[in-house]
Design a protein around this ligand. Structure first.
Ligand code: 7RM
Length: 635
């Protein structure tokens, strides 16, 4: 029996038990029946969480683009693979068929080859949500180059850091991008970044906004003429199961962003299998994930997962507020979207706008609604359920991470009864555990603890680019022989999981994971700033907003505080991006520190959240007296 498509709760439990009792057999059957291999594996799984090392489908040979594109050509060549909806509602949508996708990916792959890119080279992709973004990504995979997509909202400094960390040879970008009524000078940002990036020898530039940009001769080239001249056939590179497919950066609580490395076979199998079941995709459905391909959600559930299933995947270039806050619903109506996957922050923003903009549109095509990126609060869940799903479409609250590659805890629609704010049950193959702070597993129901995963799953990241030691320390050292997610969770009386948020210092603002360190680093660049610490506090729309505590140097004391606040946010915008701007900035004379010199953000967080009744253990503080003075001046 194939376990590929789960249709009811009994079946879920059956499949789940099998995935735990006989994981190798379980994944082997799925891999055999649903994918094309040049050569099958010698061994399904090899793993050791102490080193840590994980290999899935060892010895197998494949190319993921053959599975995502070529194999659909026999039956589905003229089916729409990518449905592109531009930023401006009056610009025509584009239907890119599987045949056209094949031809365009091959042309792009041939251009990469002609520019000297070969298997294992890193290529940075810094593009807006236009078809070239998906095509460039697949073109890299076609020839075995490792793509590193950087979200095109990141600043030049953030881009340069990521390019240099993985030694990218090439950057693929566009002249600019549309974002609602605004345009953004992407090429200018790339030019600034590349001042610091000697590793980059070629920049390919797609034309999107037809702006005047500087083209540096010998380095920069317009993409379209190269594509037009390229052949529409490109023999796929034969990849090993464990060859890296891509690097994707995610912020940590300290230090550099982490370049999470995903490999080929396990990632493909898991992204495809989760897509099929979590969204219950049927042959003629139109599926839409509103994420950007610059995030893992876009990698797995706009590009690889849907295409591996021969789906029609919608790519939207714009923003939910342009030309008005009804845009998402107008797109659902226009393209008769069947599965809609978005983030709680978007739901909260749209819920604020009133129902007229929802009721104008026919949303009856919708069958499944998804949520991802942060905990969905009860109010947003009900608004989504009542007004978008009309209580007919199950909400899949999907918990997962850049590191996990695919959805880990989620309802299976029409099988798992949903419960507001609960991501519910582990997906087949996923073995979660809750740990107490001492590292003991809490086996009962109705407990809360740190969320860990005890057994490997096929799409887990294999390492951090260039820093395996950090990979081990971050994910495999907090608890013995288990992967630590960094999240807290509780398990209810029936075994459903609710994710309660990060237990470390990563703050999720509007679904974007922000590490404290890069933002504090940026603030500290201001000449009047001595030191700073940021924490998150609850925000109606963004989920969390940022609260900054800033110590000024003596020279700053006479300065106007409101002007300083503006300048600090300006610096953050330049160094990290506008998403990381602070909502509140409190100037203070000191920060609570441990004896080893670490800022105690836990205390600052409680003050910012107005939870000062119980500050917790302050006994390790070097300077307890500053706490009262900070509390007295809280904003
Ligand atoms: C897919 C993605 C990962 C972090 C993760 C959580 C939080 C994600 C949910 C969630 C509660 C959810 N990757 N998170 N999904 N929290 N419920 N359904 O978001 O690497 O960017 O972020 O996001 O804290 O650890 S990510």
């Amino acid at each position: 029996m194939s376990n590929y498509h789960i249709k009811h709760l009994e079946e879920y439990y059956q499949v789940y038990r099998k995935s735990v009792n006989a994981p190798e057999q379980f994944w082997e059957e799925i891999a055999e029946e649903h994918f094309l291999w040049y050569k099958k594996w010698d061994k399904v799984l090899d793993w050791d969480f102490t080193t840590p090392e994980v290999r899935w489908f060892e010895g197998a040979k494949l190319n993921i683009t053959v599975n995502c594109i070529d194999r659909h050509l026999t039956t589905n060549a003229s089916k729409t693979a990518i449905l592109f909806e531009p930023n401006a509602p009056d610009e025509a949508a584009q239907h890119i068929t599987y045949q056209q996708l094949h031809d365009r990916v091959c042309q792009f792959a041939n251009v990469l080859k002609a520019k000297g890119i070969t298997k294992g080279d890193r290529v940075c992709i810094y593009l807006p949500m236009i078809p070239e973004l998906a095509i460039a990504t697949l073109a890299c995979a076609r020839i075995g180059a490792i793509h590193s997509v950087v979200f095109a909202g990141f600043s030049a400094t953030a881009l340069a850091t990521r390019i240099n960390d993985s030694d990218c040879k090439m950057v693929i970008t566009s002249d600019g991008s549309y974002r609602g009524a605004k345009t953004i000078d992407l090429k200018g940002i790339v030019d600034d970044a590349l001042e610091e990036c000697p590793c980059v020898s070629t920049v390919l530039v797609a034309q999107r906004i037809h702006s005047n940009v500087d083209m540096k001769s010998g380095r920069d080239e317009w993409l379209q003429p190269l594509l037009d001249a390229a052949a529409t056939v490109c023999v796929p590179e034969v990849m090993d199961a464990e060859d890296p497919l891509f690097i994707l950066y995610t912020s940590g609580s300290t230090g550099m962003p982490k370049g999470m490395v995903h490999t080929t076979a396990g990632y493909m199998v898991y992204a495809a299998y989760t897509f099929k079941n979590v969204f219950q995709y049927k042959q003629n459905d139109v599926y839409w994930c509103t994420a950007d391909i610059g995030w893992i959600t876009g990698h797995s559930y706009i590009v690889y997962g849907p295409l591996a299933n021969g789906a029609t995947t919608l790519m939207f270039e714009g923003v939910p507020s342009y030309p008005d806050f009804g845009r998402f619903w107008s797109i659902v109506e226009k393209h008769k979207v069947n599965q809609f996957y978005t983030a709680p922050t978007a739901i909260r923003a749209l819920a604020k706008e009133g129902l007229e903009l929802v009721e104008k549109y026919d949303l009856s095509s919708l069958k499944v609604l998804g949520s991802v990126g942060e905990p969905i609060n009860e109010e947003a869940w009900h608004w989504y359920n009542d007004n978008i799903g009309k209580k007919q479409s199950p909400i899949v609250d999907t918990w997962w991470q850049t590191e996990t590659g695919g959805i880990m805890i989620t309802p299976i629609p029409f099988a798992t009864p949903t419960k507001p704010t609960y991501a519910t049950l582990p997906f087949p193959g996923v073995q979660p555990a809750l740990m107490d702070e001492a590292g003991k597993e809490l086996k009962d129901n109705q407990v809360s603890g740190r969320l860990c995963i005890k057994f490997p799953w096929p799409s887990m990241a294999r390492t951090i680019w260039g820093n395996h030691q950090r990979y081990k320390e971050t994910y495999f050292s907090a608890f013995e022989n288990t992967y630590f997610t960094g999240d807290g969770a509780l398990r209810d009386e029936v075994g459903y999981y609710r994710i309660t948020g990060r237990v470390d210092d990563v703050i999720i603002v509007s679904g974007h994971n922000l590490g404290t360190a890069p933002i504090e680093d940026a603030i500290n660049e201001h000449p009047a700033v001595a030191e700073s610490a940021i924490v998150g506090f609850p925000h109606d729309i963004k989920g969390n907003a940022l609260y900054g505590y800033v110590i000024l140097k003596d020279v700053g004391e006479s300065r106007n505080h409101d002007n300083l606040r503006k300048e600090i946010n300006q610096i953050i915008t330049e160094h990290v991006g506008p998403i990381a701007k602070l909502d509140k900035i409190q100037f203070t004379n000191g920060l609570p520190k441990t004896r080893s010199g670490k800022i105690m953000r836990r205390i600052l967080r409680k003050i910012a959240c107005n939870e000062t009744r119980n500050l917790g253990d302050t006994s390790t503080l070097l300077n307890p007296e500053v706490v009262q003075s900070i509390m007295d001046n809280v904003l």
